[in-house]
Design a protein around this ligand. Structure first.
Ligand code: HAM
Length: 423
């Protein structure tokens, strides 16, 4: 096998990618910000497995959704069970609530999670087969105030990350009592317009005509623009919920656009559905999608517990976030000789105990080579330990930005470094 063949055989699977250290630093910033914001609203992390029984998504995400019909990573495990790499997180949280009867434990049913999801879709910019979501779910809150609160929470995170040019699209997709009437009206016109729909939408016309609104083809969109809209079919309860939701968005000063064709690609939504899009992304412009799902817990055999949540795509978020890695105190050790090496280890151990990042490399280098190495790796301090420093019992440290030098004991230098960091 030659080098090229070897490289070809060992690349990451199509639609997946490595997040290398420089980029991972930015991911860590976003993840830490998300967690700290969610905890301000009393959310707690719930970590569920990456693989789940296939029925969980067939039943939860929905048998007629694109995700379940076309995009799942499903296989039989060695015990012959059909398992699936989760394409989304919401059904897993619902399963966990029922399995552990979290509803009986008295704490707020507010959860978040950040992790990988898997969908076998055609990869393109902003769309991957392994991608990552920041997911948030709340249970047991019927009040539309919570619908607006989660949108506000999403905006707080987007603001903090400097994501601009955003628009919030909102809709109500009705409930069990009003959607069937709408579904019938929609099916009727969709079946009458079959010749103006793509083969996929022709199939949807019978199965789930609401999904036609998701089609990206211009001809289908044009046809769908003549279809009746859910907003004209909402029952009194759904209409009131939607109006209150909008009034809470006004209360928070969040601007929004009512998008009556926003039906979202998952089958479980009831009442509120929303998406946050940004003009800074290409065609995959949805940075956040969510909504209410008041029937899922019950349909899984759990208690009467309504739910609402959203998920943000981390890859998309990172491609528009305006963040840069925090400047750290990163000390590189330039030592000469065996004794100085041991002293470096002792000092590094002490500085690390003070929370200062230290790098001691185990290579014989002269002073010049040490400095060019420190430059290359972006160290902002070089701590010099040679014979003079050892004999005087004083260390020298050089600021690589200002070239200023300081002399002192390890304790004195630690003080200088921590002071500088807090500036
Ligand atoms: P979703 O709209 O399917 O909703 O996905 C949410 C977000 O995940 C999208 O807006 C997008 O940013 C990101 N995303 C989805 N698919 C991909 C992909 N293939 N590559 C990159 N990013 C992607 C859900 O997943 C629901 N579980 C959200 C929810 C939570 N609803 C209620 N609770």
């Amino acid at each position: 096998m030659n080098k090229d063949q070897l490289k070809k055989g060992l690349t990451a699977i199509k639609g997946t990618r490595d997040i290398l250290p420089e980029e991972a630093q930015l991911w860590q910033i976003v993840e830490a910000m998300a967690k700290s914001i969610f905890e301000l609203y009393a959310y707690r992390e719930l970590r569920a497995p990456v693989i789940e029984p296939t029925e969980l998504f067939e039943k939860g995400t929905g048998a007629s959704s694109d995700i379940v019909t076309k995009e799942m990573y499903t296989f039989n495990d060695k015990g012959g069970r059909s398992v699936t790499l989760r394409p989304e997180y919401t059904p897993s949280v619902v399963r966990a609530i029922i399995e552990h009867r979290l509803d009986l434990q008295g704490f707020p049913l507010r959860f978040y999670y950040i992790g990988p999801m898997f969908r076998y879709d055609r990869p393109q910019k902003g769309r991957y087969r392994q991608f990552h979501q920041i997911d948030v779910e709340v249970f047991g809150e019927k009040d539309p105030a919570v619908d607006a609160e989660i949108v506000e929470m999403a905006h707080r995170l987007l603001n903090k990350l400097g994501v601009g040019n955003v628009m919030t699209l909102v809709n109500s997709v009705g409930c069990k009592s009003c959607r069937p009437t709408y579904g019938q009206a929609l099916r009727k016109v969709a079946l009458e317009s079959l010749d103006k729909l793509c083969p996929d939408c022709q199939r949807k016309a019978e199965l789930n005509p609401l999904r036609i609104f998701d089609c990206k083809l211009e001809t289908c969109q044009k046809t769908a623009s003549t279809f009746p809209l859910i907003t004209d079919f909402l029952c009194a309860e759904c209409r009131e919920h939607f109006e209150k939701f909008l009034s809470y968005l006004d209360f928070y000063g969040i601007s929004y656009k009512i998008e009556p064709t926003l039906v979202r690609g998952l089958d479980y939504y009831t009442k509120t559905a929303f998406e946050i899009v940004t003009g800074d992304l290409g065609s995959q412009n949805a940075i956040c999608g969510g909504g209410r799902y008041d029937d899922m817990v019950k349909e899984f055999g759990g208690p009467e517990l309504c739910g609402i949540g959203f998920a943000m795509g981390l890859e998309r978020l990172l491609s528009v976030a305006k963040i840069s890695p925090a400047r750290k105190n990163f000390v590189y050790f330039a030592y000469m000789g065996e004794e100085a090496k041991k002293e470096s280890l002792r000092v590094a151990r002490y500085l690390r105990s003070k929370g200062i990042e230290c790098l001691v490399e185990f290579k014989d280098r002269g002073l010049k080579a040490h400095f060019s190495r420190a430059n290359k790796i972006g160290a902002n301090w070089v701590l010099i330990i040679g014979e003079d420093e050892l004999s005087q019992g004083k260390l020298q440290i050089k600021d690589m930005v200002t070239s200023k030098q300081h002399q002192g004991t390890a304790e004195e230098l630690a003080r200088i470094l921590t002071d500088k960091r807090s500036q």
